[in-house]
Write a protein that binds this ligand. Structure first.
Ligand code: TYD
Length: 141
């Protein structure tokens, strides 16, 4: 899938003097149903996370608190997204090499994922990723 399919999605925000509320519905606000949520927290300053791709997994990344950057690379193009609002999420489609960095102190990164955890879905070798991404690109061209 090309990098252009990955995008920032603005979620509903119910503003209220008692505190704001945002919600997200699978298949409605994000273009897949989710079966898993996980979150990154207590990330030490200067740490990077990610540095892998997924063969089939769809993900949606939200900065619940604080800020961080997500760098997406489809093997051809690269984009950096700065995440710093709890009502914005980044849709990450399959076959994207992703790195998360630039975490602020106290940042919490929530990820909604289309499937349960499956180590076989990971591509952790960057050369293998480039080879597979190139094959997919040729197949659709
Ligand atoms: P990993 O996905 O490599 O983390 P990141 O991309 O954020 O750097 O996962 C780190 C470890 O956590 C790895 O040993 C697998 C485990 N893990 C699970 O057991 N279940 C999960 O849902 C996730 C996301 C990771």
């Amino acid at each position: 899938m090309p990098l252009n399919d990955c995008r920032i999605i603005e979620l509903p925000k119910i503003t209220d003097p008692r505190g704001n509320l945002t919600f997200v519905e699978g298949g409605n606000h994000v273009p897949f149903d989710f079966r898993r949520a996980y979150y990154l927290y207590d990330v030490p300053g200067g740490s990077d996370r990610g540095a892998h791709a997924h063969r089939n997994l769809h993900q949606f990344v939200i900065a619940m608190s604080g800020s961080f950057d997500v760098v997406l690379d489809d093997g051809h193009d690269r984009r950096r997204f700065h995440m710093n609002r709890s009502y914005y999420g980044l849709y990450v489609c399959p076959m994207m090499w992703r790195t998360l960095d630039n975490f602020s102190s106290g940042a919490v990164c929530l990820v909604l994922a289309s499937e349960h955890y499956d180590p076989a879905d990971y591509i952790r070798d960057h050369d293998e990723f480039l080879r597979l991404a190139g094959q997919r690109r040729q197949a659709v061209e």
